[in-house]
Write a protein that binds this ligand. Sequence first.
Ligand SMILES: *Cc1c(COP(=O)(O)O)cnc(C)c1O
Length: 375
Amino acid sequence: MEFRDLKKQYRTLKSEIDSAIQEVIDSGAFILGEKVNELEEKLAEYVGRKHCVAVGNGTDALHLALKALDIGVGDAVFATDFTYVASAVCAYYVGATPVLVDIDERTFNISPEALELAIKEVLKEGKLKPKVIVSVDLFGLPADYERIDAIAKKYNLYVLEDAAQGFGGRIKDKKACSFGDISTTSFFPAKPLGCYGDGGAIFTDDEDTDKYLRSVRALGKSPVDKYDNYQIGINSRLDSLQAAILLPKFEAFKSYELDRVNQIAQRYSKRLKGHLETPLIPEGYLSSYAQYTILLDDSEQREKIQNVLKEKNIPSMVYYPRCMHQQRVFKELNLNDEMFPISTDIVTRCLSLPIGPYLSLEEVDMVSDTLLAII
Ligand SMILES: *Cc1c(COP(=O)(O)O)cnc(C)c1O
């Protein structure tokens, strides 16, 4: 069994993917170009934003989104304590300071209560200027944008949606990558919509932001003359090959993968509910299930379960084994476990199970039976 079966996905889509790759090689144009334009248009339309700018990876997408919001030295960037490191470390790329915030214990997303307290604390201290909330759609579930937007409005902050794991998720009819002032995603292979290497995108409704991003992803070139570089940019362009691979994958994602992964998740929840804590999907929300993450009693039980699963060749992963405040890269912030009771507890008990649109219901049952036998 694979943790996320990318090989089976390739076997299913092989003829389309192979011919798309061949087409790019035959064209002799490998960076940006028509395939990237086509992808950008289709993704923008799907998520419901005016513009999509494809970049080299999801981390660059966050970096450039912060640049587009003009975040810099002296600014506070509020980020969740339970995420992949990029969501918080990106603050440093623009000279700003991350302010970590504890999470909601049932959705694993940033806690609106803790967020408001953190903003008040920063205002009281008076050293940093609260500027932006980086809200992560962790494991595929959109964050609580109703409350996050209200807080952002109250304190006059931007919202940057980090939908690296969230692509395909939604709240009622509003899709991930359309929340907040600007949003980003990642096409890292294991994400809900992944390519065969690194890739990412930024979404905006603002025409000038779109123009700015197209310039700074390509060393600050002017739109008309690429050797007229009028501002400092980075090199973060999406490869044509990755766009060509993403186009048929995106069709599969829309037409059946997203539904299928939800069926798989529902089967897990039906089997496991009542025996352990299964993911909570609030009313009106849809998750794209980048991960299916359960909560166990404690780290000893988790270790025992992981060992038994391993003996049966069932892969499982701990996303994430450490909170951001426990990462050495953030040690200058002088944070401790007592300041983040929820995330500190959850990293000791969370376990992610095999998930993906190509997992079979038989495989879900086998994983569930194995888990239930141990518990
Ligand atoms: C994967 C991920 C990123 C970074 O994306 P890359 O394409 O790997 O650079 C950022 N934020 C979150 C929440 C992620 O899961």
